[in-house]
Design a protein around this ligand. Structure first.
Ligand code: SAM
Ligand code: ZN
Length: 410
């Protein structure tokens, strides 16, 4: 009966994720070599590794709904088998309507089947359109969504304009980017093309990736006299995610554009500077610490990339849910909560020690030593070996020397 109604003509299996069960392609049937990436070989996309991404999306949507405190409508225009949108409808309280869409006919059939299997009735509508076309159909007052989740192959930038137009004033949008090679500076020209900003292959390139995507979002929204507020972001495995709310109005757009600027980085002494200017015209290009050439990343977003209150709400939600990956998620959220107010970019203690030919102290020792001197210091979820601090690289180097000397005395 399933095959007749839903035209599912490939090997499938049932998986459980969050509170839902979904029919997905039986991935191992589609790979011929162990080196092949199974999700992209299957006729419909389903990646079990992205469960954490979807769990966090559920928490963020619930946090957002709690802030609005009313029923919300959601769109997932690039849905694959539909698991994300089906989870939103099932697991997020206050979700009234979810529109799930995929251009792939087989994905459309599977998502329809999954919505029905989870008993979602008319709360979930499944469509089979091009994402930009679909979003454009909702880009008018009183048709717009409260939240839109863009989870594409590679870059989300081809969908930014239509997403912003289809989002209600104060709406929430979530963006996944998996094109880490351009964003982390391996293919800088592709990054400039897609994101309008120059990346850098620094130790904190994942933070730069988030800031490049957030910057691209802010400049795209500004064209429509819309400002953005980045409420949460994270970098996990092979992708980054950015969550932002938008506010209509030219003033709001002007305010958000003021957060654009550049990060200048010295590869010799690790000194870095953030310059909040959309057009960088007056800089010597030389490192103020060691006179070497500074390298530039940007234009990118220099404003906040996490909001403490939003993060706390997500943490509260996480504690109430029994996710398979709950421990890992709570750890990420705690790290992020502690870095919400921390300075831009982070230092890799092992890299600094390598360049100084010093033994590597524990991160805790460095954090404590910095705090003892009344400086800011926190860990970062971006890298387990990273430390955020307001102390310049030269002074951190000095501190590492002192710590090495002190440890030799014992
Ligand atoms: C990464 S997958 C989506 C995974 C899904 N969001 C999840 O959480 O499991 C990207 C999907 O976008 C679909 N897609 C690609 N181009 C599209 C377009 N122009 N319009 C709509 N869907 C598109 C693909 O068929 C694929 O299913
Ligand atoms: Zn320098």
């Amino acid at each position: 009966m399933r095959d007749e109604i839903f035209k599912i003509d490939f090997p499938t299996e049932i998986v459980h994720e969050g509170k839902v069960k979904v029919l997905v392609p039986k991935l191992k049937e589609f790979v011929k070599l162990p080196s092949e990436y199974a999700p992209s070989k299957a006729p419909v996309f389903y990646n079990p590794v992205m469960e954490l991404n979807r769990d966090i999306a559920v928490l963020a949507l619930q946090a957002y709904q709690r802030i609005l405190n009313r029923e919300i409508s959601v769109c997932e225009p690039l849905a694959g088998c539909g698991v994300r949108g089906i989870r939103f409808a099932t697991e997020v309280k206050g979700v009234k309507q979810v529109v799930i869409n995929d251009i792939n006919e087989k994905a459309f059939q599977l998502a329809k089947y999954n919505a029905q299997m989870n008993g979602l009735g008319e709360r979930v509508t499944v469509k089979n359109k091009d994402a930009n076309f679909l979003l454009s159909c909702y880009g008018a007052p009183r048709k717009r969504f409260d939240a839109i989740d863009i989870d594409p192959f590679g870059s989300p930038t081809p969908y930014l304009d239509s997403t912003i137009r289809a989002l209600r004033n104060s709406g929430l949008l979530a963006l996944t980017a998996t094109d880490m090679a351009p964003l982390c500076g391996v293919h800088p020209r592709a990054c400039i093309r897609k994101y309008g900003g120059k990346p850098l292959r620094t130790e904190y390139c994942h933070e730069l990736a988030v800031r490049l995507l957030a910057g691209c979002l802010a400049t795209t929204a500004a064209k429509y006299d819309i400002g953005v507020n980045i409420v949460f972001s994270h970098s996990t495995n092979h992708y980054i995610r950015v969550y932002a709310t938008i506010k209509h109005g030219a003033k709001k757009a002007d305010e958000s554009i003021k957060n654009m600027g550049y990060i200048l980085h010295c590869f010799k002494c690790f000194h870095r500077e953030a310059v909040k200017k959309l057009f960088l015209v007056e800089h010597s290009g030389k490192c103020s610490e060691c006179d070497s050439k500074m390298n530039i990343a940007g234009p990118l977003w220099l404003g906040r990339i996490f909001e403490k209150q939003f993060c706390e709400l997500m943490e509260g939600e996480a504690k109430q849910r029994a996710f398979k990956l709950g421990r890992k998620i709570r750890k990420i959220l705690t790290l992020i909560e502690n870095e919400t107010e921390a300075p831009i970019t982070y230092y890799m203690v092992d890299k600094l020690c390598d360049s100084l030919a010093l033994p590597v102290p524990s991160l805790r020792t460095v954090v404590e030593a910095l705090r003892k001197e009344d400086s800011q210091a926190s860990l970062t979820h971006f890298n387990p070996k990273g430390i955020r601090s307001n102390v310049p690289a030269m002074e951190i180097n000095e501190l590492l020397r002192k710590l090495a000397t002190a440890s030799c005395k014992f």
